[in-house]
Design a protein around this ligand. Sequence first.
Ligand code: PLP
Length: 389
Amino acid sequence: MLQLVPNLARLGTETAFEVLARADALQRQGKSIINLGIGQPDFKTPAHIVEAAIKALKDGHHGYTPAQGILPLREAVAKDLKRRHGVDVHPDTIVIWPGGKPTMFFSILIFGQPGAEIMYPDPGFPIYRSMIEYTGAKPVPIVQNEANQFSFTADQVLSQITPKTSLIILNSPGNPCGGTASKEEIAKLIAGLEKHPNVAIMSDEIYSQMLYGGREHESFLRYPEIRDRLIVLDGWSKTYAMTGWRLGFSVWPKALVDKVVRLAVNCHSCVNAPTQYGGIAALEGPQDEVVKMVAAFDERRRIIVPLLNQLPGVTCLDPGGAFYVFPNITGTGMDARTLQNKMLEEAGVATVAGTSFGIHGEGYIRFSYANSVDNIREAIKRVAALLRG
Ligand code: PLP
């Protein structure tokens, strides 16, 4: 009998990848599948980014880089944060990662242990809870209610802090609900955190450029009073259609940089070199393709929300961020997993059950609208036929 560590049994997963695999299998059997399950842009990475990575390889950038990421890339990130959030961030506090995920993985490893409590959004990105469980810490959900536009309130978060709370994870704009936290609520939370100086915050801002209807992103970086205990996760995957490149960054408290870079050295050494050059081109090059992609997501959001609201038994809020909607499906009489499976197997529409994002996701389904308008219309037509029987 192999002697595996018990933590493994507590590790969760991201069901979106399972749905993707099942959708691919059905497609290979000749079924027509529209994928509104996976959370990735349907656009190509802008050409100048691809060219920069190819050039980097041709120029001989094929070796190891510093584990923290090459300095020109960290400088480009610092400039980007200044441009977008109006804040000064020193490149020495920026760490480059293979994607957005490693920042949550390592921050949870740093703060999670038996006896500690870590707060995380529910419904929320499934890896938060999975990793918290893995470390043996107690997962404490921040319930993101439809009644509260799928966001958190400062009071709700502050009231759950105990002497054991080591880390609070927040995500706005959020996956899977598209919820966006208001500036007022964030400011109130930060004010309340003054009384809890031993609590760290990890703000997942990977969808920070995807807000609609005049909403503006409020980065936690704008609050210098918590910078010594703030980790901000962001990256290229969603903004620049670069999910498969595996490139992300995070801003760390000065005192934690050495520790987290040491973890990087122990894990992956560095992000592959040409990808990092692609990242520089993304940040320093023209942003017009980003603007176009966000405009396309916005158009699709305005199409999918009313279409979902016309379905029998379905109501859909428009929380205004990321590229997801999270309709309430309780009126269909089915639970989320049953409806997810029926839509995939009988209507050829891949989505993800709300329960994949936590128990508070029951009664909801996540639709990603990172797909063409034609596909969205066809998918909803198929679901309408399914629900109308
Ligand atoms: N954070 C959130 C909220 C996400 O939805 C995702 C991806 O779906 C990530 C982080 C991870 O991004 P990456 O693919 O860059 O690891």
